[in-house]
Design a protein around this ligand. Structure first.
Ligand SMILES: [Zn+2]
Length: 92
């Protein structure tokens, strides 16, 4: 199986950036996903936090899919909940 070529998916929203977030509702680049999910948050620090959280989430998803051969059970809601916790830590 090729390592990378088959994993590159373009963002469903802007159709130009490489998708980094894969959800039931579609595949999005980080910018588009952030605009969809947390339009009011735009700081560079927040983007770093989101990026690290999403990288972990994606790795977990890929691992689970490899193991089970079915789609991940990490849902958009799970991700949002996780990010809410992160945001609380940053803001308070
Ligand atoms: Zn995009």
């Amino acid at each position: 199986m090729p390592e990378n070529s088959s994993l590159i998916v373009l963002c469903n929203r802007c159709q130009t950036a490489i998708a980094e977030v894969f959800q039931d509702s579609g595949d999005f680049c980080l910018c588009c996903w952030q605009e969809r999910t947390y339009p009011s948050i735009g700081s560079a620090h927040m983007e770093q936090e989101l990026r690290s959280v999403l990288t972990v989430t994606r790795k977990l998803s890929n691992k689970m899919e490899e193991k089970t051969g079915v789609e991940t059970s990490i849902t958009e809601e799970d991700t949002k909940q996780y990010l809410n916790d992160v945001i609380k830590e940053i803001h308070y």
